[in-house]
Design a protein around this ligand. Structure first.
Ligand SMILES: [Zn+2]
Ligand SMILES: [Zn+2]
Length: 418
């Protein structure tokens, strides 16, 4: 045989092998009726159509995560840094939430719409750092927000927030290391490859956000400062796998570790019970173009969906960046509103990292002069970030702690106030 012919045959074989290595929608169990129409602002139905039973995971009977809140690492639970039991959320339990402690993911009301956005997302590797720049606008259509009164989701959840372009940059370690001890998970836990922020599994009052909150067909919605976010791996990312069936990377946690899709080695659909307390495990994966054995998180269909606690170190400043700016009315320099009146109460605003349960009408706390520079250093953030979190005087420490994703106690300790 002619040498050149053999070369061509080998090239064709290599190509076939390569194409099979990346197996798009391997089993095809998730298919979407997502509209491809790009009519901005024009509400359309784009409900995901899901085959409900996959490898023992029944999407019509997912266990509710409500109450699975721990203050130490615990598999299948979440260890949040902070919850605010006084905050709002979906105000009415949907019919998909069952009395037996499960919910039917396939029957959830979906926020309608096919709104497209000027997505801008860049990720680059520079030495030891992986640098992310994103405007947080997704590369897929979203629902119409605020939720329209004509939307069936409005019956359960009146998210009044609109999606706003952000300007986020974070630098994560490109070669993350395991911390000596896991730590609690902040509200914002990472970024997915759609360019969108990933929050943890809970809504502001600490319930299972995926079960309760009204989300669009890509499982996203905006919080009070307009940050569009998910609480689980969006089904609008294709379910890609590598040769051995393991899911490909779908995003990064703030500690720099990868978040992979819902399939483990051999293509088996993973559940929380297959993973450690932080929702990950260690084995050989493709990382920075090489095959290495290292820790990584996985997405699952069941609670807590993604990161349950943090296995590596992360920076509080990055949490603040991904949480977005404080809502308008709390920003320094913004004319104070409603003094003397009760603060505006929304029937539901989803998670509101910055929502201040403020003491309007009450006397301000006595003046104190904590050293902000020292406090900021203790918290691992810049003094400016701390000032922004504290907002205009008088400071509301509860709201500031919420913005920082820490407990009020931690903030008070850093500031040296009782
Ligand atoms: Zn894995
Ligand atoms: Zn949310």
């Amino acid at each position: 045989m002619h040498k050149r012919f053999i070369g061509i045959v080998l090239a064709v074989i290599a190509l076939v092998v390569a194409l099979h290595g990346i197996n798009f929608d391997r089993l095809g169990f998730v298919s979407f009726a997502t509209s491809t129409q790009q009519a901005t602002g024009n509400p359309q139905t784009s409900k995901p159509v899901l085959v409900s039973q996959v490898n023992g995971v029944d999407l019509t009977r997912l266990p509710l995560g409500d109450g699975k809140i721990s203050n130490s690492p615990r598999a299948g639970w979440i260890w949040p840094c902070r919850i605010d039991s006084t905050a709002g959320g979906a105000f009415f339990n949907g019919s998909w939430i069952k009395a037996d402690g499960t919910y039917d993911f396939t029957a959830k009301a979906v926020v309608d719409g096919g709104v497209t956005w000027p997505h801008r997302f860049k990720m680059s590797l520079q030495g030891n750092k992986r640098i992310f720049t994103t405007n947080d606008l997704p590369n897929h259509p979203t629902g119409v927000y605020p939720i329209a009164q004509t939307d069936d989701a409005f019956l359960y959840d009146r998210n009044p927030n609109r999606i706003a372009m952000q300007n986020m940059q974070v630098e994560l370690p490109a070669n993350p290391q395991l911390a000596a001890q896991p730590t609690c998970t902040p509200g914002a836990v990472g970024i997915l490859e759609t360019g969108v922020v990933l929050f943890n599994a809970l809504d502001a009052p600490g319930r299972d956000a995926v079960a309760h909150e009204a989300q669009d067909a890509c499982q996203g919605h905006p919080q009070e400062s307009g940050v569009y976010h998910y609480h689980s791996a969006t089904t609008c990312l294709p379910d890609r796998t590598t040769k051995d069936g393991h899911s490909t990377l779908i995003g990064y946690s703030l500690d720099g570790f990868g978040i992979y899709g819902r399939r483990g080695e051999g293509g088996r659909i993973l559940a929380s019970a297959d993973l450690d307390a932080c929702h990950g495990h260690t084995h050989a994966i493709a990382w920075n173009g090489k095959q290495v054995s290292m820790y990584h998180y996985h997405a699952t269909w069941d609670f807590p969906y993604t990161v349950g606690c943090m296995r590596g170190k992360y920076k509080m400043g990055d949490v603040m960046v991904l949480s977005g700016p404080p809502p308008m009315r709390d920003r320094p320099g913004f004319p104070p509103q409603n003094f003397g009146n009760p603060p505006p109460r929304y029937p539901q605003t989803g998670d509101r990292p910055g929502f201040p349960p403020q003491n309007f009408g009450n006397p301000p706390p006595p003046p104190r002069h904590p050293d902000l520079a020292i406090a900021a250093r203790k918290l691992g953030i810049s003094e400016r970030q701390l000032r922004e979190a504290l907002g205009p005087p008088p400071p509301n420490l509860g709201a500031a702690a919420s913005r920082l994703g820490i407990s009020e106690r931690m903030l008070r300790d850093a500031l040296g106030v009782p």
